[in-house]
Design a protein around this ligand. Structure first.
Ligand code: FAD
Length: 392
C-alpha cells in the first residue's frame, strides 16, 4: 500500500504535537510526513512574559530548533510560507516551492495578529507575543524609574454565532506580565512611582475562568494595586497613551496583545467560518472536508491556549488513525480551561474549569507548587525541543 501523505502547516505547539502522534501511531513506512513552517525556529511563547524584567538577549533561551524535533518524528521540514490550500485538488500552494500534495492535512498555523485593526496600533507600540516584540519591550523597560505602564488586550474578532463567546482570545499572558512587572518594580523600589493599568474589552477580569478563578484573580490584582479597566473599546493608540470610547489614558509605555483576527491562510483557502477561524467537528475535522483537520489557535475554539492546542492535536490524530485502521471512534475533544500563571513572589495560580462550556468543574489553587509546576513544564518543553515524554 502507498504511504499516506501527511502534511502539517505550522510547527509550534499544535503542529509539533500532531507530528508526535503521527510518529507514535503509525509505522515509519506507513506515511510520508511533511511539515511546513515559515520559520525553522520556534520561540517558546509562554516564556516571553519574563521579558519585562530581563535583558533583551534572554529570548535566545526560548528558541527551539523545530527542524530537529520534526526530523525526529520522521517528518521532512519545509521552510516556506503556505499561501493557499486547494482542498479539491488536495494541494498546498507554497511561496517558494512546488505545490505540496496531501492525503490528510493538519492546519496548525495559528492566528494572524490584527495590528492594523485599531487606529494608531502597530508593532512599535510594544508587545510580548513574538520574540522581536519581547526584545523590544525588554529594551524599552530597561532602567525604568517611574510612570504609567498600560497592558492592553485587543479584542477577538470571532463569529457572533459561535456557541462560546469571549471578548478576547487569551489575556492570561497579560495578567502574568502585569503581576511580574509589579513584582519587579517592588524589588527595584520604584513601585510607588509606577502606575500599572490593565485594559481589556472583556466584561470581567478572568472571563474564561470559573467563579473561583475570577475571585482569586481579582483579589490578587487588587492587593497588588493593578488597576483593571474592563469593557474597553479602543478608539486610537497614540505615542502618549490610549484613547478609548470614554477617556484618554496617558502612558509612558504599553504592552499589547494585538487583536486576534483569524488566519489569512484559512480565509484565502475558503476554509474559514467567514471570520478567519476554521470550523471543526468535535474531533477537529473540518466541517466540509473530512481529510482536513485543524488544531490549536486556528480553530474556532476559545480561549486560545497551548494546552488546548496539544490536546486537540492528540484527538485529531487519533481520530484520523482510527478511521484508517477501522478502529472504534475515539472520544471527542472535551474543552476545559487550564490556566497556570506565574504571579511573582515564587507563587503561581492554577485554575481548571469547564464552566465556560456549561460544565461544573471549577478549581483554583494559589501557591508555590503552581509556580514550580509551570517552571517545570516550561523547562521540560524547551530542553526537550518540544519532544515531551508525557503528552496530555
Ligand atoms: C506571550 C504569550 C504567552 C503565552 N502563555 C501561555 C501559557 O502560559 N499557557 C498556554 O496554554 N498558552 C499560552 N499562550 C498561548 C499559546 O502560545 C498559543 O495558544 C499557542 O502558541 C498556539 O499554538 P499553535 O501551534 O496553534 O499556533 P502558533 O503558536 O501561532 O504557531 C503557528 C505556527 O504556524 C506558522 N505559520 C503561520 N502561518 C503560516 C503559513 N501561512 N505558512 C507557514 N507557516 C505558517 C507560524 O510561523 C508558527 O510557527 C501564550 C501566548 C503568548 C503570545
Amino acid at each position: 500500500m502507498k504511504p499516506y501523505r501527511v502534511v502539517i502547516i505550522g510547527a509550534r505547539f499544535s503542529g509539533l504535537t500532531v507530528a508526535h502522534w503521527v510518529h507514535r501511531l503509525l509505522q515509519s513506512g506507513e506515511f510520508t510526513g511533511t511539515i511546513v513552517d515559515a520559520w525553522p525556529t520556534m520561540t517558546y511563547r509562554p516564556g516571553l512574559v519574563y521579558a519585562m524584567r530581563a535583558r533583551p538577549e534572554f529570548v535566545r533561551r526560548l528558541h527551539i530548533e523545530t527542524r530537529k524535533t520534526v526530523e525526529r518524528c520522521g517528518f521532512h521540514f519545509v521552510e516556506d510560507h503556505a499561501l493557499r490550500v486547494d482542498p479539491s485538488h488536495q494541494q498546498v500552494h507554497l511561496a517558494a516551492h512546488r505545490p505540496l500534495p496531501y492525503d490528510v492535512l493538519f492546519l496548525a498555523s495559528g492566528s494572524d495578529p490584527g495590528w492594523n485593526t485599531i487606529a494608531g496600533l502597530n508593532v512599535s507600540r510594544g508587545g510580548l507575543c513574538e520574540d522581536y516584540l519581547a526584545r523590544h519591550t525588554a529594551s524599552v523597560l530597561k532602567g525604568w524609574q517611574s510612570g504609567t505602564l498600560i497592558f492592553a488586550c485587543g479584542p477577538l474578532h470571532a463569529s457572533p454565532h459561535q456557541p462560546v463567546q469571549l471578548a478576547t482570545a487569551d489575556e492570561f499572558m497579560l495578567y502574568e506580565a502585569s503581576l511580574l512587572w509589579d513584582w519587579a518594580c517592588r524589588r527595584r523600589h520604584v513601585r510607588h512611582l509606577t502606575e500599572i493599568i490593565l485594559m481589556t474589552p472583556a466584561p470581567v477580569l478572568g472571563e474564561p475562568l470559573g467563579p473561583s478563578g475570577r475571585a482569586r484573580l481579582a483579589a490578587i490584582m487588587a492587593q497588588r494595586d493593578i488597576h483593571i479597566k474592563t469593557q474597553t473599546q479602543f478608539v486610537e493608540v497614540r505615542d502618549d497613551g490610549i484613547q478609548t470610547e470614554h477617556a484618554f489614558l496617558p502612558a509612558q509605555a504599553m504592552v499589547w496583545v494585538p487583536p486576534y483576527v483569524g488566519s489569512g491562510l484559512a480565509r484565502n483557502s475558503g476554509l474559514d467560518d467567514g471570520y478567519g477561524w476554521v470550523p471543526v467537528t468535535p474531533h477537529l475535522q473540518h466541517r466540509n472536508w473530512s481529510n482536513i483537520y485543524a488544531v490549536g489557535d486556528i480553530t474556532n475554539h476559545v480561549p486560545k491556549l497551548a494546552h488546548a492546542a496539544m490536546v486537540q492535536a492528540r484527538v485529531a490524530v487519533h481520530h484520523w488513525w482510527s478511521s484508517l485502521s477501522h478502529r472504534p471512534t475515539p472520544p471527542p475533544y472535551h474543552p476545559q480551561v487550564i490556566a497556570m500563571l506565574d504571579i511573582g513572589y515564587g507563587k503561581g495560580l492554577f485554575s481548571l474549569n469547564t464552566t465556560l462550556y456549561g460544565g461544573t468543574r471549577d478549581f483554583t489553587y494559589v501557591g508555590y507548587p503552581a509556580q514550580i509546576g509551570k517552571r517545570l513544564f516550561n523547562g521540560a518543553y524547551i530542553r526537550s525541543h518540544g519532544w515531551l515524554p508525557v503528552m496530555p
